[in-house]
Design a protein around this ligand. Structure first.
Ligand SMILES: Nc1ncnc2c1ncn2[C@@H]1O[C@H](COP(=O)(O)OP(=O)(O)OP(=O)(O)O)[C@@H](O)[C@H]1O
Ligand SMILES: [Zn+2]
Length: 464
């Protein structure tokens, strides 16, 4: 059995991975705040840790891995989105608008991440369904002297936890200097963070010993991880942007509430997807959604392969060129494996690459080598570890070839019209094809074309 080695953010080292209980290997990944469509950056941890999930299932057995990824469905940004809806004239109560918004967003998230070939986690807890567990954990933290109530808020007392900052390797004082901390009169220390805050009558709220209110974001993950995975588990993962303060705060809460546990053994962080050198993010407004790309005609499998072409620990960007290369490789591979039964096990080179800190780029290189050697059965079995060449992900090959047949036929009709000196018809066809977003390239040797970024297959209908 190949030994998995993972880079642990906590120790900043690549370490052999030994599960606490090989019968139940446990993974927690911070999930989305559900107020809007996932952007391409948000898809990166989903695909990266989906490969980790697949690898763990392969090594320990599918029924011996538990993967939890939460939905944060109580949050100020969600409230703001619902409030904006109401301000624009929707007469329904805020509560109904919030529920509609979170349900709808979860539906989109599932559809988009399914399209990227990500397996559904074992559990996808919604924060609002675990409020009781959060209240219990907060009460326990107060009882143990790690949290205090002030003006309807409950705050975590960071000075009560000596290891605060260990994950990022920074002291509390360094963090205060570097962070934008919210100063509030009721805080004992500017770094103290909110576990519970009061809600106005209109906002979502739950009864608690500290009055009607709602949980802070960090306690959600600590409480759900404890309920579903226990006081200690194997791997906790998420984007590097969550390392501080979110993960630092999760550790403080969980380790103080359950000092006998120790919370997550291994911390893994994916680097960011960038746009012109800056993190793709909603707040910077420099994002496009996974759905935008799918709608432009990029198959989910192609997007997935672009993500996996870069190691998760390195920043990456999205380029049309990467997508073209991924599509070309997938087309070749799919041609090769069509009708072929997968080999009984994946190739050693692919398994080794993935076991070496999820070296997905190395694994893809190994897939190219298998394809080059004509080992179709080995290619199919090995690609499955990366979630590629799966049978239910291959429809795009046919649908795209239907589209290319259609474009070829239209271009032929244009050539015929020219031949017949019917230039009006020839020009109308050319304009119609171009208006659908197809880039036509006339050259002395003939006509070639490619799909432009705004390609809309529906606009090809009715041209003839
Ligand atoms: N540009 C990015 N590249 C890679 N991962 C990202 C990027 N932006 C967010 N993530 C990850 O997406 C997951 C969902 O995060 P979350 O819902 O908090 O995002 P968000 O707050 O909507 O995003 P943003 O950072 O754009 O405001 C987290 O694991 C986060 O680390
Ligand atoms: Zn979290």
């Amino acid at each position: 059995m190949s030994m998995i080695r993972l880079t642990n953010t906590r120790t900043r080292q690549k370490e052999p991975f030994t599960p606490l209980d090989p019968q139940n290997v446990r993974l927690y990944v911070c999930g989305p705040t559900v107020y809007d469509r996932a952007h391409l950056g948000n898809g990166r941890p989903v695909v990266v840790f989906d490969v980790l999930f697949r690898l763990l299932r392969h090594v320990y057995g599918a029924e011996h891995v538990t993967y939890v990824r939460n939905f944060t469905d109580v949050d100020d940004k969600i409230n703001a989105a619902a409030q904006a809806r109401r301000d624009s004239g929707d007469p329904r109560p805020l509560e109904a608008l919030i529920r509609e918004r979170t349900d709808e967003t979860i539906g989109w998230y599932h559809a988009d991440m399914d399209a990227l070939g990500a397996l559904r986690p074992s559990h996808e807890p919604r924060a609002t369904e675990w409020i009781g567990a959060m209240v219990a954990m907060i009460a326990d933290l107060i009882a143990k002297g790690h949290a205090y109530e002030a003006e309807g808020h409950v705050l975590f007392d960071v000075r009560s936890y000596a290891d605060y900052g260990a994950l990022s390797g920074r002291s509390v004082d360094d963090m205060i200097a570097g962070a934008r901390v919210e100063v509030a009169p009721y805080k004992r220390d500017p770094m103290d963070f909110v576990l519970w805050k009061p809600s106005s009558d209109e906002l979502p709220g739950w009864d608690s010993p500290w009055g009607r209110g709602r949980p802070g974001w960090h306690i959600e993950c600590s409480a759900m991880a404890y309920e579903l995975l226990g006081e200690s588990f194997d791997i906790h993962a998420g984007g590097i942007d969550l390392q501080f303060p979110h993960h630092e705060n999760e550790i403080a809460q969980s380790c103080c509430a359950h000092p006998e546990g120790g919370f997550a053994r291994v911390w893994m962080h994916n680097e960011m997807l960038l746009v012109e050198g800056r993190k793709m993010s909603k707040s910077l407004g420099n994002f496009f959604t996974v759905r935008d790309l799918l709608d432009q005609g990029y198959p989910g499998e192609v997007i997935r392969m672009v993500y996996l072409g870069t190691h998760y620990g390195k920043p990456m960007d999205w380029t049309a060129e990467k997508a073209e290369q991924a599509e070309a490789a997938l087309r070749r591979w799919r041609g090769l494996v069509a009708g072929i039964e997968p080999a009984p096990s994946p190739a050693a080179a692919v398994l080794e690459a993935l076991s070496d800190d999820l070296n997905t780029a190395g694994a893809i290189a190994a897939l190219h080598a298998l394809a080059g050697a004509g080992d179709a059965a080995g290619l199919k079995a090995s690609a499955a570890l990366l979630g590629l060449l799966e049978d239910d992900m291959g429809d795009w090959i046919n649908s795209t070839s239907e589209i290319s047949d259609r474009i070829d036929a239209l271009l032929q009709a244009r050539a015929d019209a020219r031949q017949a000196r019917d230039f009006a018809r020839a020009d109308a066809l050319r304009d119609g094809i171009a208006a659908a977003g197809v880039v036509i390239m006339d050259s002395p040797t003939g006509v070639t074309w490619r799909l432009g970024p705004g390609f809309d297959p529906a606009k090809l209908e009715g041209l003839a």
